[in-house]
Design a protein around this ligand. Sequence first.
Ligand SMILES: Cc1cc2nc3c(=O)[nH]c(=O)nc-3n(C[C@H](O)[C@H](O)[C@H](O)COP(=O)(O)OP(=O)(O)OC[C@H]3O[C@@H](n4cnc5c(N)ncnc54)[C@H](O)[C@@H]3O)c2cc1C
Length: 281
Amino acid sequence: MTRFAKVAVVGGGPAGLQAALTLGRMHVDTVVFDDGRARNSTSARMHNVLGWDGTDPARLRAAARNELQRYPWVRVVDDAVRGARRETDIELDTADGPWHAENLLIAAGVEDALLPIPGITELWGDLVLPCPYCHGHEHAEGPIAVISSGAHATHVGALLLGLTDEVPHFEPGEVASVARVNDRALITRHDGRASEVAAVFIPPNPRPRSSVAADLGVHVEADGIVVDALGRTNKPGVWAAGDVARRLDPRIPAAVVTAMASGLTAAADIAATVAPPPRER
Ligand SMILES: Cc1cc2nc3c(=O)[nH]c(=O)nc-3n(C[C@H](O)[C@H](O)[C@H](O)COP(=O)(O)OP(=O)(O)OC[C@H]3O[C@@H](n4cnc5c(N)ncnc54)[C@H](O)[C@@H]3O)c2cc1C
């Protein structure tokens, strides 16, 4: 069975859900697809989100879905979009069959290619972290380690020195493992020396999570889908928002609030695009 929507949103994280709220409030027929792999799902607490500081990020998503039920034009489908192709409209391939949409917002987030150091994946979002604004303050008793190289190490190290006096730096190649010891992280070097720290910051190395942009020939660079200030891509009828979209300035943090802001911005532009023409007087 083929189903239709005026707007399809791939991704039900902060960017996609905020976009759906804006579209719902403008009575735009919208479907959101989500396959339940939110980027911050390994963190028990989310920070630096006004009104939600220190809460489980899953609570924000659940509350957002609840709010969307007020808008019957918005459907949320718990299914992965496996691919896309342009026909007269845009066809999305899901496990439950094809969907057709006139417009598409890609809000599918990113996945992080973590440093290949034993223990890093297990502690990701817990004691191994990407973002000082999100989880630096909680570990200000220090020391806070940075395992990174080059400009990233300099930038994150300087930010963390605003929170704590001791910010030891490790090159990725010198670290043999990271492990949890009680509430702290133990960094062991290849030469056997070990350091106990409050937390570890590493570069996240994000990569787009969904193939949908590539399927449709959307312009994608290493740091994300190329968009203008409204979230428009190079393809008519296709927008992108949230972590998957390249930020207009790399210093803008990839975070829940910025994802929501870009989702709102793209949705407002989509709503203006699909609005009926003015009535004749
Ligand atoms: C460990 C960690 C902790 C973080 N902590 C914080 C924090 O405390 N505060 C903060 O502000 N930011 C935090 N961030 C950053 C924050 O998680 C992201 O900036 C934010 O989630 C981006 O929202 P998004 O909607 O763009 O993407 P996501 O939240 O990743 O949502 C994308 C959604 O799209 C879905 N999806 C992907 N592909 C498909 C597909 N093909 N079909 C259907 N669905 C699909 C995914 O399942 C996912 O649910 C953290 C990041 C990490 C890695």
